[in-house]
Design a protein around this ligand. Structure first.
Ligand code: SF4
Ligand code: SF4
Length: 501
């Protein structure tokens, strides 16, 4: 008989006076924690299976349930903490690579929380966004670095293809397969209503979602799943995924169990087969190779779509971005190490990459120094949590931000971090039909629209407080930022002064 080495991480506390034995909790828990014991006329729980997703807590009609972190601790010390010991036990049992989901949870510095925004006082008046015009629209793509005129003296206003956004935020890549049909539908409908973009991720575009093409970014990743001419033509822009913040340097793996008929059709792979995207694109080993793919995609779409190159934030990100800006790409998307994922090896997620704040500042500065900043727009993601993070990112040099974890939180995600199991009780990171239908796509659309509308109001308020009335004027305006508790090196890389200076 195998013994359980550790006490369960979470405890189910049921108030038996409130519990009416309706068995809602048993029906709602895909991890099969609860069951009704007829002889006892009582609900019982196998707590070892609980991942603390809070589904049963939220739906219990009498609020009889609580899930709490167990206070039964292993004998940890400053070196061997709970997680380290538990992970050793897990690997000793399984012999496998540890897998996790969502973003890096380790206590590395969150620089957004160490950067403060300026406000106008007296001589440079603030602007009231309720009474005065405030521009949050942005267009992403190459911009001319100087005013150009035709031979007859007329202004040449022709621009390379651009993405037009009503606000500087987009939903970033999450593939069909890693998240559900209803999650994709919620994102697509919300993006269309808001006038922003959502992103297919690497799993292709379900046939039902071609109608949302003008607000869709179609991704081309190393596995090339679901990539064909109509797919490329359907999107507002094409994104080449070279890297992802949660797992820089490695590819992706969608287990065969998640590849049902619909996912198989969309990805153009056999049903039930694992979808493995290799770590590199096997046709890209230099910036020249990348340039070939950028131009192949432009050629395939008659030069009507901007091409985005997405990379993970790593040590030499500024040099990488400089190369990409010269490759013909129109937009660079940089994904920080806190970016979420449906599944990643835990060690990679927690130990590889750099914070997006430092990567962004370094890239923006390098492109300015080299006089090529206008060759590309910069989009950053990797745990953008609020409108204040967006404003700070733009002042540090971004043109727009990508959000994904914030978007799935709006859809109901409770950050239980077990997306890789495919048993998401909230209908988001799952393909199980009974779970998928728990997410109402219209309710999801509405919550996403509400979140973005609220952020847009807040962005206007923050800009108004700074005496700035457009995203364009805020972009790269680092004078509007001050650091707190940062050392000289951090301030130098961020290109900002310390508070009080
Ligand atoms: S896994 Fe979720 S639904 Fe199941 S018992 Fe735990 S909190 Fe409740
Ligand atoms: S998407 Fe679902 S499984 Fe993943 S963290 Fe959120 S609630 Fe948990």
């Amino acid at each position: 008989m195998s013994i359980q080495w550790v006490y369960p991480e979470f405890e189910v506390i049921r108030n038996n006076e409130r519990c009416i034995r309706c068995q809602v909790c048993a029906r709602q828990c895909a991890n099969e924690v609860h069951c009704y014991e007829k002889e006892l006329d009582a609900m019982i729980s196998d707590e070892s299976r609980c991942v603390n997703c809070q589904r049963c807590v939220s739906l219990c009609p009498t609020h009889a349930l609580k899930i709490v972190r167990s206070d039964c601790r292993l004998r940890e010390n400053a070196n061997w903490n709970q997680d380290a010991i538990r992970e050793i036990y897990k690997q000793a049992q399984s012999g496998g690579v540890l897998l996790s989901s969502m973003g890096n949870p380790k206590p590395y510095p969150v620089y957004w929380d160490k950067i403060l925004i300026n406000a106008s006082q007296v001589t440079n008046p603030s602007i009231d966004p309720l009474r005065e015009p405030m521009e949050t629209r942005v267009s992403l793509g190459k911009k001319p670095s100087q005013v150009r005129r035709e031979e007859n003296g007329r202004l040449n206003c022709a621009l390379s293809p651009q993405i037009q956004l009503s606000m500087p935020v987009m939903f970033s890549a999450m593939s069909y397969g890693s998240i559900s049909y209803n999650a994709h539908l919620s994102l697509a409908r919300a993006a269309s209503e808001l006038g922003i973009c959502w992103n297919t991720g690497e799993g292709g575009l379900h046939q039902d979602f071609y109608q949302y093409g003008p607000h869709t970014i179609v991704q081309v990743a190393s596995g090339r799943f679901g990539v064909h001419k109509q797919y490329l033509e359907a999107g507002a822009a094409i994104e080449i995924k070279m890297g992802q913040g949660a797992k820089p340097g490695i590819g992706g793996h969608l287990p065969g169990a998640k590849v049902g008929p619909d996912v198989s059709r969309t990805r153009m792979i056999p049903e039930g087969s694992d979808a493995i995207s290799p770590a590199p694109h096997h046709d890209i080993y230099s910036i020249e190779d990348l340039r070939q793919l950028v131009y192949s995609l432009k050629e395939a779409t008659a030069y009507r779509k901007p091409v985005i190159v997405k990379v993970a934030a790593v040590h030499n990100i500024a040099a990488i971005a400089s190369g990409i800006a010269r490759s013909g790409a129109d937009i660079i998307a940089i994904d920080g190490f806190r970016g979420g994922t449906g599944a990643a090896p835990t060690r990679i997620r927690d130990s590889v990459g750099i914070p997006i704040e430092l990567a962004l500042a370094a890239v923006d500065q390098r492109l300015r120094d080299e006089g090529i900043r206008n060759n590309v727009s910069l989009v950053v993601g990797g745990s953008i949590r609020s409108s204040a993070d967006v404003v700070k990112a733009i002042a540090l040099g971004a043109d727009a931000c990508y959000i994904a974890t914030a978007a799935v939180l709006a859809l109901g995600c409770h950050l239980c971090r077990t997306c890789q199991t495919g048993k998401c009780n909230w209908g988001i990171a799952t393909q199980r039909p009974d779970l998928v239908k728990r997410l109402n796509p219209n309710g999801g659309r509405e919550r996403l629209v509400n979140l973005m509308t609220a952020w847009n109001h807040e962005i206007k308020e923050l800009m108004g407080g700074m005496g700035i009335n457009s995203i364009e004027a805020l972009r790269g305006n680092r004078l509007m930022l001050r650091g707190v508790g940062l050392n000289e090196t951090e301030l130098r890389i961020l290109g900002i002064s310390h508070a009080g200076e």
